[in-house]
Design a protein around this ligand. Sequence first.
Ligand code: MLT
Length: 240
Amino acid sequence: LFHTPELTPTTSQPACAIVIDVLRATTTIASALQAGAEAVQAFSDLEKLMAISEQWPGEKRLRAGERGGQKVEGYDLGNSPLDCTPECVGGKRLFVSTTNGTRALQRVEMAPTVLTAALVNRQRVVNYLQSVQPETVWMVGSGWEGSFSLEDTVCAGAIAHQLSQVTQRPLMELAANDEVVAAVALFQQWHDRLVDLLHHASHGQRLLRLGNTADLEFCAQLDVLTVLPMQRERGVLVKS
Ligand code: MLT
């Protein structure tokens, strides 16, 4: 959590929630929208995903399901950002359910503005925060089944650190809480070894056991995508 008061008080917007799931949901969402997906519709529940996606024309939809790091049987895609090529996702709506990321999204879907962030689109998120200056920013790490996640915390730190740099405002002036200050310290510790960080992370190790080494390398890249996924209606993210 941090605040951006007095940057330009007259244009200040209300609260903004930023959902982070570096491994891999929010990296995949950014990749899909960058590759030309029409939208990404997120579900915590697989049955609901099936019911809603049934109403969508077959040639315009892809179902992406992940549980425990693995693709859900019968789905078109799992949760790998590397599958999100323009040929595969261009012009389609992705109906997505993942173990933690889509649940985190559901928890904050009533916030006035909902964004998703990952290391890959960190700078785009910072640009948005700098220009819009929401009064309060909530950064929500998806974690793993309710527990702390190293990579989501480092991404939150990367966002706060960069915002502080570009606005030339120390974290104290951004009224960052103790968690943000700790997250920034963690980012500073790891910023030039982000692939190593993902290899240390418990979910990174799970993905490595499942053979997803290339996914970790992709997810560790900083500022390589220019897309800002933003919620347009409940659960539906579009490119902004
Ligand atoms: C999740 O939502 O828990 C993840 O993105 C898991 C994964 O597919 O790596």
